[in-house]
Design a protein. Structure first.
Length: 256
């Protein structure tokens, strides 16, 4: 956040955000080093898998022409998710803090996926063996929304190698998609014109969950449901190929 009177915003943006191809590769170098050094929150084996993915992603990008961003608040971001690593081209706009009218910051208003490298998909059996749990435990984790980066391949579940570590308790989440959401069962077609779904656990009654659907040019829809119904709706989103879970982000880099 800066004072608009004392600093040219264009200059500040170019000095803070990733705007050149060279800076993208520098950010990847920093990401690789970060995971190579290990983490208190992740196992050594998990960190090594991230390092391999980042290296492969860098090699993939080196085979393509990566341009410097055009002027006008455009910048790159690198997002590491449970399902893979992504490169986005984003547009930002100026915004003013309500409490400090002269303080200006940048907020993202457009985002375009330029490249991605998905992680290896494991069978439920492979995931169970890797994490030393029973097969039924792995399936239950998916059904309860504990592994939100899981994908449905035909009738079988597949779990990304970097699937987020399972945490105790329910974690609020958000799902997004673009365009009309097709292929839904008839009883869920009421939500196909929305493009965002949010889930929150009730603070006082942990058996109840608040669900909110929102979208462009449509009135939001909100309701409260029990754990079983919430689980069914989340499974629907997890299995749908056009839906992205926004809570499986492991690391996002958009500034230098």
């Amino acid at each position: 956040m800066v004072n608009a009177k004392t600093l040219d915003l264009g200059q500040m943006f170019s000095e803070e955000y990733i705007i050149t191809a060279k800076e993208v590769f520098q950010a990847l170098d920093c990401l690789e080093e970060e995971w190579a050094n290990g983490s208190e929150s992740y196992s050594r084996a998990y960190c090594d898998r991230v390092v391999r993915l980042v290296r492969e992603f860098r090699q993939m990008l080196q085979k393509h022409i990566l341009f410097d961003c055009p002027p006008g608040y455009w910048g790159y971001s690198i997002v590491l998710r449970g399902g893979g690593i992504y490169l986005y081209l984003n547009h930002y706009r100026e915004a003013t803090c309500r409490l400090m009218k002269e303080a200006v910051f940048f907020t993202k208003d457009e985002s375009y996926e330029l490249a991605c490298l998905k992680t290896k998909l494991l069978t439920v059996e492979e995931y169970a063996a890797l994490h030393k749990v029973e097969h039924v435990t792995a399936v239950t984790r998916i059904r309860r929304g504990k592994i939100r980066s899981a994908v449905k391949v035909g009738s079988q579940w597949r779990i990304p190698e970097l699937a987020e570590p399972v945490q105790r308790g329910y974690q609020s989440t958000e799902y997004t998609w673009r365009g009309r959401l097709t292929g839904l069962p008839d009883k869920y077609r009421i939500i196909e014109d929305y493009n965002r779904a949010e889930f929150f656990q009730d603070e006082n009654d942990l058996t109840q969950f608040h669900v909110r659907f929102s979208g462009d040019n449509i009135e939001p829809m909100e309701f409260t449901c029990a754990r079983e119904q919430r689980g069914k709706i989340e499974q629907l989103f997890i299995a749908h190929p056009d839906v992205t879970c926004m809570s499986d982000v492991i690391r996002c880099i958009e500034t230098r």
